[in-house]
Design a protein around this ligand. Sequence first.
Ligand code: ADP
Ligand code: MG
Length: 245
Amino acid sequence: MLIDNHSHLVELSVLNETSRIISQASKEGRKSLLETEAKTICIEYGIPVTRFEVAKTEDEAVRLAQDIGFPTVLKIVSPDIIHKSDIGGVVIGLKNAEDVRKAYNSIMQNVKRNAPKARIVGILVQEMAPSSTEVIVGAIKDPQFGPAIMFGLGGVFVEVLKDVTFRVAPITKDDAYEMINGVKAYPLLKGYRNNAPADIEAITEILLDTSRLVTDHTEIKELDLNPIIVYEKGAKTVDARIILQ
Ligand code: ADP
Ligand code: MG
């Protein structure tokens, strides 16, 4: 009984945290959440993300990187920068403390040069996910139909070929399977030549969790998990973006 009560409390606090992040952003007049905020929400909905911490100084970035483990990734955290790599705000593959120091300073310089007015919250230090098949899960709110969930494979498949599937939320597990099966690039997920098959179950779970999130929180106008790196077992979201209404 005690355990039941406890897990009920945990569930409540989970929902409160997502609401708290969204209302805090609204209060500050921010339409787009920081990657750290979007990923905290992901965690609460069971969506796997790369481990992360925010550093305020170069020394702190090194300490956090040592704690998280190498190789690591550094990214700018700013409410004014939505596409981080466009302005030189992402450096991946950092192998040691020296790399972290260089990346920290180069990101700060790039931001000063390319987005001089941007407010800087800090530098995100995060676990580097090994490369593998990349997929994208998105959500977009249609004024008429409400939120719809999107699925596609990363890179050219979505951007150039528009090879995506959509379903109106909330989706069922069968819907999620159909969304995955429905893209033309599906055979790539099944494995080919030396590429191992991707964990379709893990993608299915992410689609269902995303559906639950945008159904619970109608303040979300757009959501973008791009990319999610998928392995033979499991998957990791390395970038998350949430835009509020
Ligand atoms: P942007 O705001 O430009 O979309 P991202 O966070 O998506 O920035 O980073 C750009 C690219 O860097 C990603 O598409 C991915 O290929 C790579 N990347 C980012 N974070 C990681 C990570 N933690 N592990 C591995 N690769 C990453
Ligand atoms: Mg991205």
